[in-house]
Design a protein around this ligand. Structure first.
Ligand SMILES: NC(=O)c1ccc[n+]([C@@H]2O[C@H](COP(=O)([O-])OP(=O)(O)OC[C@H]3O[C@@H](n4cnc5c(N)ncnc54)[C@H](OP(=O)(O)O)[C@@H]3O)[C@@H](O)[C@H]2O)c1
Length: 296
């Protein structure tokens, strides 16, 4: 099978398209023909060398898959050959999704939403699973509550109010939009000042969920005044979150936004595009058309 193999830590063009062996399937695993994958900041963080202790080279990385099951392990009964599935491969320690075939533990694999193409489905697994974990499981966001999403333009799924952080102070903007009440939940994908200043935009007893691991100490003093609760998330993969996401997608409540589509052979360009997205007017996910179904 073909795979975009990371051969060294460094710039975007550190990948080589290589022929590699198709992985063997264990008893509770499935082998999936990968139709599409996507590029995440975690991928370029690994590529540039942020996680050298966790990723021995050469490596197949990548954290989103949509595809079709081609082989079942002897103890797999919940899926059949030919089923369309989508999932995030185990983060660290196992091969990722930048390849034509992938073997995964069946517990990680979810049924692909019927109303999405493989390219659309691949754009959702890591970010959608992370958001489900952050909003529902950790912040316990309720219908009718308000939420501020820092960095929402990345894979934006729509908003009632959009704040351009380069043109307006978000604390003032939130006060204006909520008549001074603040928001119930803040989702932080940026860190640093964004994390420390977030309590100023929070309602009393609000919740903040952060995804970012910043090495410098953070002064969260403003959080005391709001009796705020903080949650720090490093996403974990499982089928339950994907099933919940599939339900939302099939009810038309979540719609993927694709910013660009490239083939597996142009992985370096895909990384370049994500890293410099704002300069190039990128909005939404960078997806990889592995099977060539979209003619990318
Ligand atoms: N802990 C976890 O489990 C987990 C899971 C998923 C992602 N993450 C992390 O979350 C971060 C975001 O991921 P992503 O997939 O959403 O990335 P992305 O698609 O690159 O989107 C990031 C967005 O943030 C915007 N932005 C940059 N600085 C900002 C600021 N100061 N205020 C508001 N918006 C700002 C960017 O706008 P411009 O393009 O205009 O700069 C861009 O739209 C990454 O660091 C990623 O590693 C963590």
């Amino acid at each position: 099978m073909k795979a975009a193999v990371l051969t060294r830590f460094g710039g975007p063009h550190s990948f080589e398209l290589r022929d590699v062996a198709v992985p063997e399937v264990g008893p509770r695993q499935v082998r999936v023909r990968v139709h599409a994958t996507a590029v995440n900041p975690l991928d370029y963080q690994i590529r540039r060398g942020d996680y050298t202790n966790y990723v021995p080279l050469p490596a197949i990385i990548g954290h989103d898959i949509s595809g079709v099951i081609e082989e079942l392990g002897s103890d797999v009964h919940e899926f059949a050959v030919g089923d369309e599935v989508y999932y995030t491969p185990k983060i660290f320690g196992e091969a990722g999704s930048y390849a034509e075939q992938h073997v995964a533990d069946v517990e990680l694999v979810g049924r692909k939403p019927r109303n999405l193409t493989h390219l659309e489905a691949a754009s959702l697994t890591l970010v959608g699973g992370t958001v489900w974990e952050a909003f529902v499981q950790r912040a316990q966001l309720q219908a009718g509550e308000t939420i501020l999403i820092h960095g929402g333009a990345g894979g934006s799924l729509g908003a009632d109010e959009a704040i351009d952080f380069t043109a307006e102070d978000y604390v003032e903007a939130v006060a204006r939009v909520t008549d001074g009440a603040g928001v119930n939940v803040i989702f932080d994908t940026i860190g640093g000042d964004t994390l420390t200043q977030s309590p100023l935009a929070l309602a009393d007893a609000g919740r903040v969920v952060s995804l970012v691991d910043i090495a410098q100490p953070q002064n969260l003093i403003e959080a005391w005044g709001k009796n705020a609760a903080y949650h720090f998330v490093f996403t974990r993969q499982n089928r339950g979150k994907l099933d919940a996401l599939t339900d939302l997608v099939e009810r038309g409540l979540v719609k993927p936004v694709i910013g660009a589509t490239l083939p597996l052979a142009r992985m370096g360009e895909a990384h370049e595009l994500l890293e410099n997205g704002s300069a190039r007017g990128l909005r939404g996910k960078v997806v990889i058309d592995v099977s060539g179904e979209a003619g990318a």
